[in-house]
Write a protein that binds this ligand. Structure first.
Ligand code: SF4
Length: 238
């Protein structure tokens, strides 16, 4: 898919999936914690994990989570999966935000994008994807986070030569105007959840299949296979 086809495709997807900004009303710290919770699980389970934290601790703040025991956090986030790994990660992040940033993530987000990204990634357990989600969703920075849906769709559209995180992100950022990165990121995620699923993508219902390399490759394969099968069927017996 070239740059023109990508813009055309995104215009269609933006209309098809009105932006649902899940971070609205959340503090930057809550966005950070919910992004850690979302690792390797579904949205529904991440939300149950976040709800568990609110129920157990009243408020999801660095002060409360830094003072908690790992077991308490693990019990609260149980539904989000990998609770034993995520609990100490969340506690360490809370401690670091408290010690280095006065208990708020917002001062990090006030930095220029590259510095803010580096400061987030300096928190233990925060990788590039988590940092980019927080930058885009909580800080309005022009990053293009690449989650599992975005990576899969970008691969099917032949957008990036390499599958590594930074290559895919750099390609998407080059193709996307800064003010569109957050909404296009959300639109691709919605598309990945709704039609362009990992298994059995619903290509026949897809409004962008005309520009989709993966779909077009499948079509030409079917075209090539089709006639030869027909020929075999029609071949006279000797
Ligand atoms: S045509 Fe299929 S593979 Fe291509 S974007 Fe649509 S759902 Fe995904």
């Amino acid at each position: 898919m070239d740059a023109r086809a990508f813009r055309r495709t995104m215009a269609v997807l933006e209309k098809a999936y009105p932006t649902e900004d899940w971070s609205r009303g959340m503090t930057a710290f809550e966005v950070l914690v919910s992004t850690v919770l979302s690792q390797s699980t579904t949205v529904a389970n991440e939300r149950r994990g976040s709800e568990g934290l609110r129920t157990t601790f009243g408020e999801v703040t660095p002060e409360r989570l830094a003072a908690a025991q790992d077991d308490e956090i693990a019990e609260a986030i149980w539904h989000a999966g990998l609770a034993r790994q995520k609990a100490p990660r969340i506690r360490r992040i809370a401690e670091a935000v408290l010690e280095r940033w006065g208990g708020r993530v917002e001062p990090i987000l006030d930095l220029p994008t590259a510095d803010a990204r580096a400061a987030l990634m300096a928190l233990s357990g925060v990788g590039p994807k988590t940092a980019d989600v927080v930058l885009a969703m909580a800080g309005g920075h022009p990053t293009f986070p690449v989650d599992t849906h975005v990576a899969r769709v970008a691969r099917r559209w032949d957008l990036a030569r390499s599958a590594d995180y930074e290559s895919v992100r750099a390609t998407l950022q080059r193709l996307t105007p800064p003010e569109k990165r957050k909404s296009w990121h959300l639109a691709i995620i919605a598309h990945g959840r709704t039609l362009c699923k990992a298994r059995n993508p619903r290509c026949d219902e897809c409004p962008v299949r005309r520009d989709c390399d993966w779909y077009q490759r499948g079509r030409s394969r079917r075209r090539t296979d089709g006639p030869s099968r027909d020929k075999r069927l029609r071949a006279p017996r000797k």
